[in-house]
Design a protein around this ligand. Structure first.
Ligand SMILES: CN1c2c(nc(N)[nH]c2=O)NC[C@@H]1CNc1ccc(C(=O)N[C@@H](CCC(=O)N[C@@H](CCC(=O)N[C@@H](CCC(=O)O)C(=O)O)C(=O)O)C(=O)O)cc1
Ligand SMILES: N[C@@H](CCS)C(=O)O
Ligand SMILES: [Zn+2]
Length: 764
């Protein structure tokens, strides 16, 4: 009997119930009790959705983030919150977002200014976790209450619970030492707490624990490999069965290590690491379970169940009861339920599976393996019909796009002149002061903006009314920026629901969902559009809005686009052609938009590539291939313009050391990046590489509600000027301002403009 199980279920809720519960609590509209109760209800519902499985994950639910949960379970709280008052949930949210629910109280002086924990991307996904903070003095102590409570809830409901935790090596590898020490040195202090946790879970009735160690799919040096061995040898005396779960990639050279850990089972990503499967079976001791992640947890396509069974059945024969099947990774990265969608194109809908549907696929597979295909004939036939329909569909291929792709010529990637010549022409044209000021694109997405868009989508507001409302917002943004004295203005992106979905909605070859929400961080979600076919741009996507914004001011207005690599990386993409091919198609579409903006008189165009770095493969050996095509796609999109047109790009991260050559190869005239939190130290890469073009190092951390001080920003820019010639520096925030309020944005930008004036005055 092959068992079916799941690694994690999306916690946000099919209608984003968790988001609304979190935000109501943070606004002080509901109590801690109500928030906790919302959690109980969601968990109950999600366990019910998974009841057909042999083992159901428990502990995958989180009020903010699973890494932060683990930090609390291990008693690893930043010192700055230890003495603060309130419920432990308040401290939890203080670490997550710098504030608890008691905003009013805190603003009145209680806990003002608690720095939020740093957030960063979870492997190569668009999910952000809170980075555990450690130093040489860190001590751990067990708080198993969250897991025990949830386990008790699950048992009360008759759920076959499998607690899920992050493993000790992944926890330490993703931690950041505040004092430059090596987090791995903390292992001897950490392991006893893990041992205690495992024993506690065993006492509470758990038989299996899923212990996630996704760093096993990355290159590990000898210390970490050794640490894996010693750690799991130390934990093997715990009275519970451990399933070590790896996902997101291939084990490759770590396969032997993973297969030989002294644990009861190993989970492999059989989608991204299919080549590991046979070697691992060969290495795995006879008593160990092998869990194969055969349903793709990172995309929304139906699985080819017959093809999969053809591959799985011989393995099931060989492994017998030792074979388990599961999604490749937690389903956190896919939307909840396709059943909620009423507006998706009916043909395309038959090709898709969200979390609930993926678990149904798993059930069907389990029955087919355990009872024979004939026990699920209808389901298998329906699956085959859907597959055949997708393969045969004429909507997937567009001959004109194929032809355009075949015509791509390396010349498309090159500007007419060198950067130095372009810069001189642009300077003459744009007439900007030194230390020019600008913002990254978005201004606050207010409740009014979202409400009118909702009414427009629901049909209760007509297109003209909607357009007028958006124009009023754009006019307001322009007025605010003129009053602030910014130099290069933006239209504010009011009309965009999201920087990727907005473009997906306007491109042929894309479908989009109504409720396909995926958690990005905390309560924030995105609805990745679905790239199903060849991409083309039926008409201009931004020109009207930007043209209108430019008509309201004599200052330069930046055209604002999302770049091809970011659109690709933040979409659900096709699995029937290489990502690089889809990216080239996107690049051609964005190139047309760039040229249309230029034609309309827009002289500064920003092409955001916020997701370029996160698209890097998890293994360094594969980086160059990705960077080569990703940079080429950006260049195709950007480089058709004349010398006078200034191309900006933006990336809201700043660890560029290892990819600086590729960043330079993009050849954008100006790059704006995140640097404020690193005290400009992250500009070192640009300094050492002698990066030749203009840079706008962010001076204002947009994640914080705190208003940055003018003197502080002047200091940051002085530090920047020690590294980069002042004549190539711009002043801007770290990222867009859509999540902030106007009351925060106005004083912050006013201080930023004052900082620019101070710097100009001291330079002259
Ligand atoms: C830069 N970031 C982005 C990433 N990925 C993207 N695809 N886009 C990004 O911008 N990854 C890295 C970071 C992640 N950062 C963020 C920041 C903010 C959000 C966010 O605010 N998300 C919103 C949802 C945005 C959206 O799609 N809005 C829609 C729908 C709005 C809505 O919820 N409407 C309500 C009604 C509201 C009302 O009546 O008042 C409804 O439909 O019920 C829109 O504007 O139309 C969020 O709320 O989570 C995400 C990632
Ligand atoms: N132009 C976008 C970039 C975010 S990374 C914005 O300002 O929101
Ligand atoms: Zn950004």
């Amino acid at each position: 009997m092959a068992w079916t199980h799941n690694l994690g279920f999306p916690r946000i809720g099919a209608r984003r119930e968790l988001k609304f519960a979190q935000e109501a609590y943070w606004k002080g509209q509901t109590s801690c009790y109500e928030l906790k109760n919302a959690g109980v209800k969601l968990r109950q519902r999600h366990w019910q959705e998974q009841q057909q499985l042999d083992l159901v994950p428990v502990g995958d639910f989180s009020f903010y983030d699973q890494m932060l949960d683990m930090s609390f379970t291990l008693g690893n709280l930043p010192r700055r919150v230890l003495a603060l008052p309130g419920d432990s949930l308040d401290n939890y949210f203080r670490v997550a977002r710098g504030r608890s629910s008691q905003d009013a109280e805190e603003q009145a002086g209680c806990c003002d200014g608690v720095a939020a924990g740093e957030m960063t991307k979870w492997f190569d996904t668009n999910y952000h976790y809170i980075v555990p903070e450690v130093d040489a003095d860190t001590r751990f102590s067990l708080d198993a209450s969250r897991l025990l409570d949830q386990l008790a809830e699950a048992h009360a409901l008759g759920v076959n619970a499998k607690p899920v935790i992050i493993g000790p090596l992944t926890y330490l590898a993703l931690s950041k030492a505040q004092d430059g020490s090596n987090p791995l040195d903390l292992l001897p202090r950490l392991l006893p707490v893990y041992a205690q946790l495992l024993s506690t879970l065993a006492k509470a009735g758990a038989q299996w624990v899923q212990i996630d160690e996704p760093i096993l799919v990355s290159e590990l040096d000898a210390d970490w490999q050794h640490a894996f061995n010693t750690s799991y040898h130390e934990l093997k005396s715990c009275p519970i069965k451990l399933l070590v779960a790896t996902y997101f990639g291939q084990l490759k050279e770590n396969a032997y290590l993973a297969a030989n850990l002294p644990v009861a089972g190993l989970h492999l990503d059989a989608i991204n690491g299919k080549d590991d499967v046979l070697p691992v079976i060969g290495m795995l001791a006879e008593h160990k379970v092998l869990s194969l992640g055969v349903i793709n947890g990172r995309n929304i396509w139906k699985t080819d169940l017959i093809g999969l069974l053809d591959w799985l059945e011989p393995l099931a024969q060989r492994l017998g009861e030792r074979l388990w099947i599961a999604p490749s990774c937690s389903l956190l990265h896919v939307p909840v339920d396709l059943g909620s969608e009423t507006k998706l194109d009916p043909e395309i809908k038959t090709w898709l599976a969200f979390a609930v549907q993926k678990l149904e696929e798993l059930r069907v597979l389990g029955v087919a393996l355990n009872q024979g295909r004939e026990a699920v004939t209808d389901a298998l036939q329906a699956n085959q019909r859907a597959f055949a329909s997708r393969r045969a569909s004429t909507r997937v291929t567009n001959p004109a796009v194929r032809e355009a792709l075949a015509q791509i010529d390396p010349r498309l990637e090159h500007r007419h002149s060198t950067y130095a010549k372009r810069a001189a022409r642009q300077a003459a044209h744009l007439n900007l002061p030194s230390y020019p000021t600008t913002t990254i694109g978005s201004f606050p997405q207010t409740a009014e903006i979202r409400q009118v868009r909702r009414q427009f989508k629901a049909g209760t507001v007509d297109a003209d009314t909607y357009k007028q409302a958006m124009r009023e917002e754009i006019a307001r943004s322009v007025r605010e920026q003129e009053a602030l004295g910014l130099d290069v203005l933006v239209h504010g992106e009011a009309e965009r629901n999201d920087m990727v979905e907005y473009f997906g909605e306007q491109l042929e070859g894309y479908a989009f969902s109504q409720f396909g929400w995926v958690q990005s961080y905390g309560s924030r979600c995105v609805k990745p559009p679905i790239l199903f076919g060849d991409i083309s741009r039926p008409q201009a996507m931004t020109v009207d809005w930007i043209g209108y914004a430019q008509s309201l001011t004599n200052k330069p207005m930046k055209g604002m686009l999302t770049g091809p690599v970011t659109i690709l990386n933040w979409s659900f993409v096709r699995d029937d052609q290489p990502r690089s091919e889809s990216c080239k198609q996107l690049a051609l579409a964005i190139r047309q938009e760039v040229l249309d903006l230029e034609q309309a008189g827009v002289r500064v165009i920003q092409i955001d590539e916020a997701a370029l770095r996160e698209g890097l493969p998890l293994r360094r050996t594969q980086w160059q291939d990705y960077l080569d095509w990703a940079v080429a796609c950006f260049r195709i999109a950007a480089n058709g313009v004349s010398d006078e047109t200034q191309i900006h790009t933006h990336m809201c991260y700043s660890e560029f050391n290892d990819i600086i050559q590729s960043i330079a190869a993009m050849d954008a005239d100006v790059i704006t990046i995140e640097t404020s939190r690193s005290n400009m130290e992250l500009l070192d890469a640009f300094e050492h590489f002698e990066y030749p073009n203009d840079i706008g190092p962010g001076v204002y951390d947009i994640h914080s509600p705190n208003i940055p001080d003018t003197g502080w920003m002047v200091e940051l820019m002085r530090k920047a000027a020690e590294r980069i010639p002042a004549e190539r520096l711009w002043i801007n925030p770290d990222c867009g301002l859509k999540t902030r309020q106007w009351d925060e944005v106005r004083p912050a930008l006013s201080n930023m403009v004052a900082a620019a004036k101070t710097l100009r005055a001291s330079a002259s």
